[in-house]
Ligand binder design. Structure first.
Ligand code: FES
Length: 177
């Protein structure tokens, strides 16, 4: 029993390490922390940066920041939940984060966002009334070469047009999965 629990824990640590290695946004966040000499007093600034990159703050990012700044996760969670300007993971079953950084914007991210908002019937920062979809924006997710980029349920997706973005939302809204 103990072995099974330890194995499960090890698998989850491995999965989260792989996720971090595959997602460029964590690298950018790490660079920001390094710029602050990984000092704990940069916590609020780093959380702002994380929110800019991810659109919201979720457990893996908060744990990553705690580790990077060498402070207890409880302090990071405490700060993230205390200040109203930090948005924790939205309650939608699916999340769609549209990058509105300069490179994506000049390639039409505003139009992609407008299409997504129209298709979902909500504005950025909101969740549909059936809790199916949350729409968010971020600022430069570190994928400028594939602009305009949209992150669907954590998957950074390149060169989004209005039509394929709308299609994505339509599928989420209709099949309920
Ligand atoms: S501006 Fe969108 S990825 Fe850099």
């Amino acid at each position: 029993m103990v072995t099974a629990i330890a194995e499960k824990r090890q698998q989850s640590v491995l999965a989260s390490a792989q996720m971090i290695a595959a997602d460029k946004r964590y690298k950018i966040l790490q660079t920001s922390m390094k710029r602050h000499q990984n000092q704990g007093d940069a916590l609020i600034e780093i959380l702002h940066r994380a929110q800019e990159l991810f659109g919201y703050l979720d457990t893996p990012q908060l744990k990553f920041v705690a580790k990077g700044l060498k402070i207890p996760p409880s302090r990071v969670f405490g700060v993230a939940t205390f200040y109203h300007f930090f948005q924790l993971k939205p309650k939608g079953r699916h999340t769609c984060v549209v990058c509105m950084g300069t490179a994506c914007y000049v390639k039409g991210a505003d139009k992609v966002l407008a299409g997504i908002e129209e298709q979902s019937g909500i504005k950025a920062g909101e969740t549909t009334s059936n809790n199916q979809v949350s729409v968010l924006t971020a600022r430069c997710i570190g994928a400028c070469g594939i602009a305009p980029a949209v992150v669907y349920d954590g998957a950074v997706t390149p060169r989004q047009g209005i039509e394929n973005a709308r299609k994505h939302i339509k599928e989420w809204m209709s099949n309920g999965s």
